[in-house]
Design a protein around this ligand. Structure first.
Ligand code: PGA
Length: 247
């Protein structure tokens, strides 16, 4: 399967900065068979969509938002409408990122509802899972992943097309990357879960957590690693391209 490289911009970049980021691709064509996906802030969705449609060499590049609500419209002040993402040409919704879970109290039940709603609109959910440092140190990594998978995937069809991102919370934005062995055992566990529960074993499983050009080459070779979800290192075209060219 072709790898997926996804950029999670979190609360970075204004519309002007978004346009400036993409304008740096005027003369650069990413030489890759990989799928590239950007997750800007929802407020920069239009700037992203416009920038990508103006650059023929980025025609195959896709985008989505970092969070979306479970209803298309209504009295839900402050939420992101997935319907709007669809109208603007977005194809993805990032769901259950650890910052949503820890800072905004998002539960596995909400993750499940959001994933199901994204699929009804024809958007692809990229569902994030991962253990905290305390859970890892207590030997509970697999229990945590199993619970997040069981609950998070509980409302979607076995045939659904979605993507998982394994992001150990202790590796996000810390510069502390998981070892190849740690990544391999978690990804194998996730793969086996999908198989056991009759989801497609072709479901891509991305790794996220301090991915950089320097460690991407080693990590992409780990079995069952089908790409990356990249935070900090996706903010500059050169470093993100450095990661993309790891394949
Ligand atoms: P990081 O973030 O690459 O800065 O560690 C990854 C993420 O939060 O998705």
């Amino acid at each position: 399967m072709n790898p997926i490289f996804a950029a999670n911009w979190k609360l970075h970049k204004t519309p002007k900065e978004t346009r400036s980021f993409f304008s740096q691709f005027n003369d650069v064509k990413p030489e890759t068979k990989a799928r590239i996906v950007f997750f800007p802030t929802a407020i920069c969705a239009e700037a992203t969509s416009e920038s990508l449609s103006r650059l023929p060499q980025l025609k195959s590049v896709e985008w989505g938002v970092q969070n979306g609500f479970t209803e298309a419209k209504g009295a839900f002040t402050g939420e992101n409408s997935m319907q709007v993402v669809k109208e603007l040409g977005g194809k993805w919704v990032l769901i259950g990122h650890s910052e949503r879970r820890s800072l905004f109290a998002e539960t596995d039940e909400q993750v499940a509802k959001k994933a199901a709603f994204a699929l009804t609109l024809g958007l692809t959910p990229m569902i994030c899972i991962g253990e905290t440092l305390a859970e890892r140190e207590a030997g509970q990594t697999f229990q945590t992943l199993e619970k997040q998978l069981e609950k998070g995937l509980s409302q979607i069809a076995k045939s659904a097309v979605f993507v998982l991102a394994y992001e150990p919370v202790w590796a996000i934005g810390t510069g502390r990357v998981a070892t190849s062995e740690q990544v391999q055992e978690a990804h194998r566990f996730i793969f086996e879960f999908l198989k056991k529960h009759n989801f497609s074993t072709e479901t891509p499983i991305l790794y996220g957590g301090s991915v950089k050009p320097e460690n991407a080459k080693e990590l992409i070779q780990v079995p069952h690693v089908n790409g990356f979800l990249v935070g900090g290192a996706s903010l500059e075209p050169a470093t993100f391209l450095g990661i993309i060219s790891s394949t």
